[in-house]
Ligand binder design. Structure first.
Ligand code: IVH
Length: 645
């Protein structure tokens, strides 16, 4: 029996260490299978002995649903944060600090994670309770819920009494994974985490794969002397912590905030938190009745709000796909008035149970058009969104593929053809300047253009019938059409408008196959062998060429048959460039093309990864940044010399 307990202790320690490496450090050292075997052995011993150790990982699964939440009194009050919305307000906060403590105080900068405060108490190295913030003095006991979070240590090396505070979060990847199979999708990470932790059904909490990132030691017998020491303490005790930048220069802190790119993070943040580092300086500065005066949250512009859905209109895209566009009551979001949002597809509308008349959550994503996340509240007279059966543009019957609806009328649907002409002419494709949606509509309506291939046959006399096409514009257009015959393969593949093939995939396909004929001949197996090409993309490509092979022949007869020279052969292979200022001899677009043709990559802004900055006349902030980062800076003539070397 004793030997069983000893073995259990060893297994618990091993499993907790493996979980720490996996969930906190993100550096697993064994396979899932090996972990599962050890876990099963522990379970078997627990069954046999009838004993479960306090820090056993088997306690993480959640048992019977709880009846209610018990109140939990925090050892020390949990303060909330004062906030500001501009760098000027942040500067004046810092000025006040300076006068209060008579120096430039060292400050820390951390993410302001957008989730739910979690406060954990450990005694003798064991987790004894987990609680929400509540009113700061009394919260709700959520110990069982917190135990399901795999990155929360059930036991820690530190043996004194300690209360630590962090933010419970649901990673965006975890949210997406959950939503991919959920009957009712979660609307956003903050609601997802609050709903999971304040859930009496602990098994549901366990399903959500939450995380906690810690930023505060709220109580300790011998308090630590600074924020940096607190973060070190937390890290040493196996808690997950976030980024922590330290500086006594408010401008350096502001520069660091400006570098933050929310779209690159796998978790939601709604701002940044700046705290005085030194605890004795904090004591000098003190508190108001609500906030510490030694800390402040710099809030980003809200990315999310709610408004009422008034209608859904269906747009037909270049591949024939129908996309529902939400018509909204106008609302302010990120400094703009929003009246439209995307709803992805019909399946999405059903899953989110979005109805006309509902109040919906909208969020600005990376695209210009915001996205509807879900219903905030159903209205009394909500009506279902009707699934269309015919194309709203040409009336043709629709086909259904997965969650999407398509108009199969490739050669006869005006909306599709217009969208294809616009895409074909765009900068990322054949680069034929001046073809807006309105122009494309006139090409269709007035000149009867039914395919991008027909652009190559248009005469000056015909073009003069299009609005805004005068002598110069006509000759430029004809010249651009002629020049487009020499477009490179990635641009040409993008111009074909293959479903699910964007710029990045087009480049990967060009690199792999080297010619349009080779791509057209590829089967699904060959396609999926390429990194980033999944089965759905492969299927779209195979289908495209089986249906539209004659179109490729037509392009070839027009002289469009690019081959792709491998990038790794170019003289700029592997080099990252940034262009800034005005060049004399090249447009920026030309210079970018030359760089890419020689295997280089063009970036839009200077970063640590940039290799060379080409500075033309009146180059501004990018040049300054390049200097600050010590980057290689060259002028136009040096660039030319590199090209010709
Ligand atoms: S410190 C005395 N640091 O923001 C200061 N809070 O608006 C205690 N939060 O209740 C909080 N990230 O839930 C702190 N790095 C961070 C934070 C953070 C998110 C949350 C926390 C707090 C709320 C205040």
């Amino acid at each position: 029996m004793n030997s069983d307990i000893k073995l259990m202790e060893e297994l618990v320690e091993r499993l907790n260490d493996l979980a720490y490496r996996y969930y906190v450090l993100d550096e697993p050292i064994v396979s899932d299978k090996e972990y599962d075997e050890l876990y099963d052995r522990l379970r078997a011993l627990e069954d046999k002995t009838g004993t479960v150790l306090g820090n056993s990982p088997t306690k993480r699964v959640g048992g019977e649903p709880l009846k209610s939440f018990e109140p939990h009194t925090h050892i020390n009050r949990l303060y909330s944060l004062d906030k500001c919305n501009s760098f000027d307000e942040l500067r004046s906060w810092f000025e006040k600090l300076k006068s209060a403590c008579g120096m430039n105080p060292k400050c820390t900068l951390e993410y302001k994670l957008d989730g739910l405060t979690i406060c954990l108490t450990y005694r003798d190295g064991q987790l004894v309770s987990g609680a929400t913030r509540g009113n700061g003095e009394v919260g709700e006991n959520v110990t069982e819920q917190v135990k399901t979070i795999k990155s929360v240590p059930l036991s820690i090396p530190f043996k004194g009494t300690v209360e630590v505070q962090g933010e419970g979060i649901m990673r965006i990847s975890a949210l997406n994974a959950y939503n991919a199979t959920a009957a009712v999708p979660l609307k956003n990470p903050r609601n997802a985490v609050a709903g999971a932790i304040r859930n009496l059904d602990v098994k549901e909490t366990a399903k959500r794969n939450l995380d906690v990132v810690f930023y505060n030691v709220n109580f300790m017998d011998n308090p630590l002397g600074s924020q940096v020491k607190q973060i070190e303490f937390l890290t040493e005790n196996r808690f997950k912590t976030g980024m922590c930048f330290v500086s006594d220069d408010i401008e350096a802190i502001i520069a660091k905030i400006e570098e933050v790119d929310r779209s690159k993070l796998d978790f939601a943040i709604d701002g940044m938190v700046i705290k005085v580092d030194d605890m004795s300086v904090r004591d000098t500065i003190g508190y108001t009745d609500k906030f510490p005066k030694w800390a402040i949250a710099y809030k980003f512009e809200a990315e999310e709000t709610t408004t009422v859905l008034r209608d859904v209109i269906w747009q037909v895209g270049r591949t024939g796909k129908l996309t529902p566009l939400a018509v909204l009551d106008p609302v302010e979001l990120c400094g703009a008035t929003v009246q439209r949002a995307t709803l992805n597809n019909y399946g999405d509308i059903l899953r989110k149970s979005v109805k006309i008349g509902s109040r919906v959550f909208i969020r600005r994503s990376n695209d210009v058009i915001p996205e509807i996340l879900g219903v905030a509240e159903h209205g009394e007279n909500d009506v279902e969104v009707i699934k269309p059966t015919a194309c709203p543009c040409c009336g043709h019957g629709l086909t259904e593929e997965g969650a999407h609806l398509f108009c199969p009328n490739f050669d006869g649907c005006r909306a599709q053809i217009v969208a294809r002409i616009v895409q074909f002419c765009s900068k990322d494709c054949m680069d034929i300047e001046g073809v807006s949606i309105k122009t494309a509509e006139q090409l269709y309506d007035i000149l009867g253009v039914r395919s991008p291939t027909e652009l190559y046959e248009l005469t000056a006399e015909q073009l003069s019938r299009i609005d805004g096409f005068k002598d110069k514009k006509i000759s430029n257009f004809i010249a651009a059409v002629k020049a487009s015959v020499n477009a490179d393969l990635p641009h040409f593949i993008s111009a074909l408008c293959i479903e699910n093939v964007g710029k990045v995939t087009a480049r990967a396909l060009a690199e792999h196959f080297g010619s349009i004929d080779a791509l057209a001949a590829a089967n699904a197996e060959e396609l999926t062998a390429i990194q980033d090409v999944g089965e759905i993309v492969a299927q779209s490509i195979v289908e495209y060429f089986s249906l539209h092979g004659e179109l490729v022949q037509k392009y070839k007869s027009l002289g469009i048959n690019p081959v792709y020279a491998k990038k790794s052969d170019g003289k700029f292979a592997g080099l990252k460039f940034v262009l800034t200022g005005t060049l004399q001899e090249y447009t920026r677009g030309d210079a970018a093309k030359l760089i890419e043709q020689n295997g280089g990559v063009v970036q839009s802004s200077v970063s640590k990864l940039t290799d060379i900055v080409i500075a033309g006349e009146s180059a501004g902030s990018k040049l300054e940044k390049a200097r600050a980062l010590g980057k290689k800076i060259i002028d136009e003539s040096q660039f030319k010399a590199m090209l010709n070397s």
